[in-house]
Design a binder for this molecule. Structure first.
Ligand code: NAD
Length: 392
């Protein structure tokens, strides 16, 4: 099917970024937001972003042509001529259900309706609409213009046509689409779970303090940011919501239990960079150092000890990589995506240096299982190895 016009619902962080990609992808683009000021602001943001062409790899001509493709839509009904509509309204099931029912009423059954939800089941959003076969997930990452990944999420009701259209549009927007099952957190957010959770467990277990773990993960693991730096950046409260949602939706498996340390910190208002304090103290500008006020960190290492740490040291990286491998093995069992898509998801969605299954290859499934079994004896079922990992 040929897609000529893309409609976007919600002109916030994601809607605006997706509108930019849509214009650059040569689609006539219409964007709607009930907040008039937001809608006007979004057009300025897209225009400004396009004007920064050179750095962003598009020419002035392309930018000019792209900015001419964006038009605001005062009402949802104004999106009716679109071939594909991408919804990026707030993460609220009732709101999204209402929007999809309204969209289905104003558009014909041939219009593909996509949601950018990160944590809701696409099938729950589609439930009760007149044409669930036209509904699909298109999960972009933030900021859309810099993150190449799009998870395309077909429900059991989605038509092959909807899947093909969403995949084709993601490609024409110069993104890399992968196919994800309609399961909690889809692929990337789920496979990222152990990055923060296992690091928080190591902190609770007294393996090292946050700064040391960050340093080992960055230098030894090749990750761009350490887990605690990343938590501070995302916001501990935002990440805790995600953690709780996974735990509940997954039937409360031990390995997804939210961290008591994080719960305490959120309750104490240590939410990360946005408030100047999280695992690090930003007010003092010493954010790579341990904050002396933090009573709940593990043992403190002095500078001399820090400099002696082997970045590929005996505990931190193997523990983290064993849990990354374990989650990937559980995910393969749940058939949430292909092995290749799982690796792509983490390289492109989270800038990991390797995909999770590539990490499994690096440390070896046998070694991961042995380590998990040893940890399980000491710390319980959060370390239960996935049967698939045990089989090798
Ligand atoms: P946001 O708060 O920045 O934007 C939401 C926009 O929706 C706001 O401009 C708001 O005015 C508008 N809105 C409110 N009610 C509406 C309605 N009835 N109809 C249309 N628009 C309405 O949120 P966001 O961060 O852009 O997230 C949007 C969606 O994308 C959510 O489902 C979120 O889970 C998902 N998502 C977010 C990220 C991220 O990192 N921010 C990443 C991937 C997916």
């Amino acid at each position: 099917m040929t897609i000529e016009q893309v409609g976007i619902v919600g002109a916030g962080t994601m809607g605006t970024g997706i509108a930019l990609l849509s214009c650059l992808g040569r689609y006539a683009t219409r964007i709607h937001d009930p907040d008039e000021a937001v809608l006007v602001g979004a057009q300025t943001v897209v225009g400004d972003a396009l004007a920064e062409g050179e750095e962003k790899h598009w020419s002035q001509e392309e930018a000019e042509a792209a900015s001419g493709r964006l038009r605001p839509a005062d009402t949802l009904a104004d999106l009716a001529g679109s071939d594909l509509i991408i919804e990026a309204a707030p993460e609220n099931l009732e709101l999204k259900r209402r929007l999809f029912a309204e969209l289905a009423a104003v558009c014909g059954p041939e219009t593909i309706l996509a949601t950018n939800t990160s944590s809701l089941r696409v099938a729950d959003i589609a439930a009760g609409t007149a044409h669930p076969e036209a509904i699909i997930g298109m999960h972009f990452f933030n900021p859309p213009v810099r993150m190449k990944l799009v998870e395309v999420v077909a429900t059991t009701a989605s038509s092959p046509l909807a899947l093909e259209a969403a995949t084709g549009v993601a490609r024409q927007m110069d993104r890399t689409p992968i196919q994800a099952k309609d399961s909690p957190g889809f692929i990337a957010n789920r496979l990222a779970r152990p990055f923060s959770l296992e690091s928080l467990r190591m902190l609770a277990d007294g393996v090292a303090d946050a700064a040391t773990i960050d340093r080992v993960v960055r230098i030894g693991g090749g990750f761009r940011m350490g887990p605690f730096e990343l938590l501070d950046l995302i916001g501990l409260d935002v990440n805790l919501e995600v953690a709780r949602s996974f735990y509940e939706q997954g039937g409360k498996p031990e390995r997804w239990r939210p961290s008591p340390i994080q719960e305490e910190m959120v309750a104490a208002g240590r939410l990360g960079r946005k408030v100047g304090k999280g695992f690090y103290d930003y007010a003092s500008g010493r954010h790579r150092e341990r904050d002396p006020e933090m009573g709940i960190e593990g043992p403190t290492l002095d500078r001399e000890e820090l400099s002696r740490i082997d970045p590929a040291g005996p505990e931190i990286l193997p523990r983290l990589l064993a849990q990354i491998s374990n989650e990937a093995a559980f995910a393969l069992e749940d058939e949430i995506g292909s092995p290749a898509d799982m690796n792509t998801a983490m390289r492109l969605g989270f800038n990991w240096p390797l995909g999770p299954l590539e990490f499994t290859g690096l440390i070896g499934a046998d070694r991961a299982v042995a380590l998990l079994e040893e940890m399980r004896q000491r710390l319980g079922d959060a370390y239960l190895p996935a049967p698939r990992l045990t089989r090798g």
